[in-house]
Ligand binder design. Sequence first.
Ligand code: URP
Ligand code: ZN
Ligand code: ZN
Length: 470
Amino acid sequence: MTTLITGGTVICATGADPADVLVDGETIVAVLAPGSDIAQSAAEGSARVIDATGKYVIPGGVDVHTHMELPFGGTFASDTFESGSRAAAWGGTTTIVDFAVQAAGENVRDSLENWMGKAEGNCAIDYGFHMIIGDVNDESLNEMDNLVSEGITSFKLFMAYPGVFLSDDRQILQAMQQASGNGSMIMMHAENGIAIDLLAEQAVARGETDPVNHGLVRRAELESEATHRAIQLAKVGAAPLYIVHLSASGALEQVAIARSKGANVFAETCPQYLYLSVEDHLGLPGFAGAAYVCSTPLRTKHEHHHADLWKGLRMNELSVVSTDHCPFCMKEQKELGIGDFRAIPNGIGGVEHRMDLIYQGVLQGELTLPRWVELCSTTPARMFGLYPQKGVIAPGSDADIVLYDPNKSWTISVDNHHMNMDHSAWEGFEIEGHVETVMSRGQIIIDNGAYLGKAGDGNYLRRGLSSYLV
Ligand code: URP
Ligand code: ZN
Ligand code: ZN
């Protein structure tokens, strides 16, 4: 089937211009100046015509940090690949890259097969995997090379969570050396978990057990220290480095210094670190703050982390906005940590809201329209070997296209979201702009408030190496 999207403003990382988009089957075949002969003959022929007048036409969002069904602290993230990928589609995201998990003592290959099995036949949109290496040893190091040739070209390591996922400096350097050899990207959870665990123990011993203490013991200095250490180790290991879920000004400073020296160091932040805070969210009285327990943690408003992160996005010190979607319900999940914040499962759900929340940054004068698309679609695709198949509206790319209505206002609520959660971290957030229509490889899966897709529409993506590495 041929489809003509006409009358809209096409937004790419390089600019925003009125244009028509011609789609044949699953692929974009042309981006045409308004009123072109080709568009006119398509419209007069058999093409399906979508009127995008007054709408932004943007490449589908690429969220490179999600955790569907993640086991954590004795429970599992509450979105399955089916429910979470469908929620992503509702919010204008057409590709996710989730994390397959090798836990300590597990075999990487078996773990990957397990995660592939969870996703296969269930996703509403296309999906790929990074691999968490929770046990760096000779076997997992060798397996990294095989995974790269199979389309898993990035590996997450942890400097946090001792006894669960933490890799020590020797293991980190070994994995970086391996990545240096096979061209893959090391992704780092950069927090000093050993120091954090000591502070957490001491806080609990003093009777400071409320959720806010989760954030207070995960000191910003311990994020910047780990970020600095990761950058130095990556230099020694000659590996590219991507810092995940960066939340603090000091950590950003470390990334900015490394980038100013030309290092292959990149970082992402997430909407929660741009809008939510200790004062207004994590520090809510009683147990309510548990909804906002995540790692890295929310930071204080008064220390200007929010403003620094927005500036980092403008200055390209931060290259990507992802969600770190890791949802847990309050009931029976977050509640596991009543009386001891250490037992609250870490994570916030937000895969549905990233495009809208970052668009608010455009309206607030923090970002331009092209930068919105660059941060949410184009760079994540380039960073993780999906470009130009994903992340751009151009001939030959997959027809993953969102029609975004800038004139519609609405309010986020647990009552209207599609994530499998009994609360929303974004409850009451007023949004200007709305995802109207979502096309995934040429198929309309969201249209005017209706989901038209089905589980299994999404394909597994074998990713290439990052476009950012020379
Ligand atoms: O709190 C978080 N971020 N949970 C998910 C696991 C991780 O570290 O990304
Ligand atoms: Zn992490
Ligand atoms: Zn994460």
